[in-house]
Design a protein around this ligand. Structure first.
Ligand SMILES: Cc1ncc(COP(=O)(O)O)c(C=O)c1O
Length: 236
């Protein structure tokens, strides 16, 4: 096994010399290993250069199939032509103002029309910001201090969410496990009077979880109304 890993690493290093050099350069000026800690891997991460649809190319010219789509936020793939065209059109008109734009209102209308739970919309710059805002709302509306999230789940880099992601216990949250053998339903039962919200990833991608049996999430959502806390699905 060790031999196989060494061979894979040797092959990786042989074809990614420019990524290696750029990683050494980045360490001198970047405070964290890349734009996201989760993108770091040994012996050094790739530096990408460009892409199109499902295809990504690194600075050494190697091609990859993109199975992550920026954690699913690029649902049409990289550099999708209609999106690029819309961005180009908008950039000519300016990129940001300290005021509303017609497009912002149009997009909110579209989302409210398509997503029954989204009667009104807040636009955020990151998943971290969306999570923090949702948590604040849950705490203020319920008057309860703690949120629940799934062990190993990821909800961005706010302090509580990051500690919870690492499995470190804290006063502001409870960690639960999902799946048929998990303790989530017991935790919701036992502690509902102090829980302001249950946070789950819409597509559970951050931890290998046991597959839930049919209608398991439906049973979870049935807790939410009577116990008067909030169920928040997030995905950046
Ligand atoms: C479910 C979920 N919440 C929050 C985040 C954090 O998003 P951001 O990196 O934009 O702060 C992510 C990012 O992958 C995510 O998958």
């Amino acid at each position: 096994m060790k031999d196989a890993i060494s061979q894979i690493e040797a092959r990786y290093k042989a074809r990614t010399a420019r990524s290696e050099a750029l990683h050494a350069r980045s360490e001198r000026v970047l405070a964290t290993p890349g734009s996201r800690g989760g993108c770091h891997h040994a012996p050094y991460p790739l530096t990408l250069s460009y892409g199109s649809s499902w295809r990504l190319v690194d600075v050494d010219g190697n091609e990859y199939i993109d199975a992550a789509s920026n954690m699913f936020s690029l649902i049409h793939g990289t550099a999708f032509p209609p999106v690029m065209e819309a961005v180009r059109r908008q950039m000519v008109l300016s990129s940001v103002w300290t005021a509303n734009s017609v497009e912002q209102i149009q997009l909110a209308e579209l989302l409210a029309e398509r997503v029954p739970a989204a009667e009104r919309v807040v636009f955020c710059n990151s998943g971290t910001e969306a999570f923090s805002l949702a948590l604040q709302l849950c705490r203020v509306l319920s008057g309860r201090p703690r949120f629940v999230m799934l062990k190993g789940g990821y909800h961005g880099s706010s302090w509580d969410a990051l500690l919870a992601h690492r499995g470190i216990e804290g006063p502001g949250y409870l960690l639960a496990s999902a799946g048929p053998e998990g303790d989530l339903l017991q935790i919701l039962h036992r502690s509902h009077s102090e829980i302001c919200g249950l946070f789950v990833e819409g597509v559970q991608a951050s931890n290998a979880l046991a597959a839930a049996p049919p209608r398991w999430w439906h049973r979870c959502t049935k807790f939410v109304g009577p116990m008067a806390f909030h169920l928040c699905w997030t995905r950046s």
